[in-house]
Design a protein around this ligand. Structure first.
Ligand SMILES: CC(C)(COP(=O)(O)OP(=O)(O)OC[C@H]1O[C@@H](n2cnc3c(N)ncnc32)[C@H](O)[C@@H]1OP(=O)(O)O)[C@@H](O)C(=O)NCCC(=O)NCCS
Length: 457
C-alpha cells in the first residue's frame, strides 16, 4: 500500500458510499481526460470570499490544476476595496458605475488587492488543500502580467487611476502554466511608463481568455444559478443567443446577468470555445460544471452558428447527401430514402446556414433501458471540431432524460472514436434482444456500449 492508498482519517464510509464514488469517478473520467492540458480562465469575484464555502471553492480550483487543467484565476476584489476605502475614510466618485480612482484611493486599492491575493495564496497552501490534492503542492504565480492604459477623460470626467487592459503578457503566463502553476491575476495593471491602474477584472478575464486562446472562460457569480433564476436562459446558449440577452433584445431583468452574458459572448467571438456562467454560492458547482455531463451553470458555446435539432421530413435530402458517400465507401450502412423517412423521428441534425453538416440517429430500446446511436456522420469540411462529440453529448442527455442507462453503437471503421468517448467493447449478446436479431453477420460490426448513469449529487 502506498501512502496515497492510506486514508487520512479512519474510514467511516460504508460500501454504498464507495460504490457511489466509483460510479462518480467512472462518469467523470471522460471529462477529466478531455480537459487535461486545456487552458481555462476563471473570474472569481471578491464577493465569493464572504461565502461559507470559499475555502472549498479555492481548493476545487487547485484540484482542477492537479487534474491537468492549465488555470488562470482573475481575482476581483470590489467589496475588499470598498471596505479598505471605508476604513481609510477615502471617498470615491462613481460615474455610470465606474469608480474614479484618485491617488489616495489607489493606495487603498493596492493594499486591498495585495491582501486578497495573499489570503487566497494562503488557502491554496493550506494543509487542507494539500490533503485534497493528495499531498501535491499547488504553486501559484502572480506578477506584472497585465499592461494597462488610463480610461482617460470621458465626458469631462477624469477617471485618473482607473484603467483598462491594453494587453496581457501571454508568453510569461504560458510559461507559468507550463510549470503547472496556478496563475493569479488581479485588478492591478501597469503601464509601460510605470503607472498603476485599477481595472475591471471581468474585462481582464475576458481579454486574457481571448489573448491566451483559452479553451474555457469560467465566469463565477453570486446567488442562485442563472438558469434557476431565469429558466428561459437555460443551460446552454449559442453565442448569438447570449448576445441577444446581453444587448437587451431578449429580456433579462438583472444588469449583472446581461453583463455576464455579454462577456461570455465576447469571449466566444474572440475564439474561446466555451464560456461557463456558474454560481460560486452553489456547492461543488465548478466541479460539477466541468466534470459532469449535466453541468451546474449555463454554457455559452462558440459553435453558435450550428443548430442541433430533431430532423424533419424536409431534412431527408440533406441527410442523404451527407451519408450516401459514406455508405458507398462502406463506412456506414446503406439506408434508403424510405427507411430514413420512416425513422426520421430518430434523427438529429446539425445545421449551419441551412446546410446539414452532421447527423446521428438515436434509436430507443426502452425495454432494455438502452438506445442505439447510429448513423453518426460529420461532413468532411467540418470534422475535428468536436461536432460528433456534441452529437454524442446531446444523445446522452436525451437518453438519460428518457430514463435510459446505456448507449450502444455498432461500427466497422470507427471503434476507436467511440472508445475514446467512453464506450467499451462488448458482444452481440450485450445488445437488446430485439437488436440482436437485426445484427448483420456479414458486416460483423464491433459492438460498443457506454453507461450513461448520472453522477450522484
Ligand atoms: C467519426 C466522425 C463522426 C467524427 O466526427 P468529428 O466531428 O470530426 O469528431 P470529433 O471532432 O468529435 O473528434 C475528432 C477526433 O476523432 C478522430 N477520429 C475520426 N475518425 C476516427 C476513427 N475512425 N477512428 C478513431 N478516431 C477517429 C479524429 O482523428 C479526431 O482526433 P483528434 O482530436 O485527436 O485529432 C467523422 O469522422 C465521420 O463522419 N466519419 C465517417 C462516418 C463514421 O465513421 N461514423 C461512425 C460510425 S456510426
Amino acid at each position: 500500500m502506498t501512502s496515497a492508498d492510506q486514508h487520512p482519517k479512519p474510514n467511516t464510509r460504508g460500501p454504498q458510499d464507495n460504490i457511489a464514488s466509483a460510479v462518480a469517478l467512472r462518469a467523470s473520467a471522460p471529462y477529466i481526460r478531455a480537459h487535461r492540458g486545456r487552458t481555462a480562465v476563471v473570474h472569481l469575484p471578491g464577493e465569493a470570499a464572504y461565502e461559507p464555502g470559499f475555502s472549498t471553492l479555492i481548493e476545487d480550483l487547485a484540484l482542477l490544476t492537479s487534474l491537468g487543467m492549465r488555470l488562470v484565476v482573475v481575482l476581483g476584489a470590489r467589496p475588499q476595496i470598498n471596505v479598505a476605502l471605508n476604513n481609510a475614510g477615502v471617498e470615491t466618485r462613481l460615474v455610470d458605475g465606474i469608480r474614479v480612482t484618485s491617488s489616495h484611493a489607489l493606495a487603498e486599492v493596492k493594499k486591498a488587492v495585495g491582501a486578497h491575493i495573499i489570503d487566497i495564496e494562503a488557502i491554496i497552501s493550506t494543509s487542507l488543500a494539500q490533503r485534497t490534492l493528495g499531498g501535491a503542492a499547488a504553486a501559484t504565480a502572480s506578477g506584472n502580467f497585465t499592461v494597462a492604459k488610463p480610461l482617460g477623460v470621458v465626458d469631462g470626467v477624469d477617471f485618473e487611476h482607473t484603467g483598462e487592459v491594453r494587453r496581457v503578457d501571454t508568453a510569461s503566463i504560458h510559461a507559468a502554466l507550463d510549470r503547472g502553476q496556478i496563475l493569479l491575476m488581479s485588478a492591478i495593471g501597469y503601464s509601460p511608463s510605470g503607472e498603476i491602474f485599477n481595472i475591471f477584472t471581468e474585462d481582464l478575464a475576458t481579454f486574457a481568455a481571448i489573448e491566451l486562446q483559452a479553451d474555457k472562460l469560467i465566469l463565477l457569480h453570486g446567488g442562485l444559478g442563472l438558469a434557476t433564476r431565469v429558466p428561459a436562459v437555460g443551460r446552454q446558449l449559442a453565442e448569438p443567443q447570449a448576445q441577444r440577452y446581453a444587448s437587451g433584445v431578449n429580456a433579462l431583468p438583472e444588469s449583472s446577468d446581461r453583463s455576464l452574458l455579454g462577456h461570455a459572448a465576447r469571449a466566444c467571438r474572440g475564439g474561446v470555445t466555451r464560456t461557463h456562467v456558474v454560481s460560486f454560492a452553489e456547492p461543488d458547482a465548478v466541479l460539477r460544471e466541468i466534470y459532469s455531463r449535466d453541468g451546474a451553470g449555463t454554457m455559452v458555446s462558440a459553435g453558435g452558428y450550428d443548430t442541433l435539432r430533431k430532423a424533419t421530413a424536409d431534412d431527408l435530402t440533406g441527410i442523404l447527401a451527407l451519408i450516401e458517400p459514406l455508405a458507398e465507401a462502406g463506412v456506414l450502412v446503406e439506408r434508403s430514402r424510405e427507411t430514413i423517412e420512416l425513422d426520421i423521428d430518430y434523427y438529429r441534425v446539425m445545421v449551419r446556414d441551412g446546410l446539414i453538416i452532421a447527423c446521428a440517429a438515436l434509436v430507443p430500446y426502452p425495454d432494455a433501458g438502452a438506445a442505439e446511436l447510429a448513423c453518426v456522420a460529420v461532413h468532411p469540411d467540418y470534422r475535428g471540431q468536436s461536432r460528433a462529440a456534441e452529437l454524442l453529448d446531446g444523445a446522452e442527455r436525451e437518453a438519460a432524460a428518457a430514463g435510459l442507462t446505456r448507449l450502444f453503437a455498432l461500427t466497422t471503421r470507427t471503434p476507436h472514436w467511440f472508445i475514446e468517448h467512453g464506450f467499451a467493447k462488448a458482444t452481440r449478446k450485450d445488445l437488446p434482444v430485439r437488436r440482436q436479431s437485426l445484427y448483420n453477420e456479414q458486416r460483423n460490426s464491433t459492438v460498443l456500449i457506454k453507461s450513461i448513469s448520472t453522477i450522484p449529487n
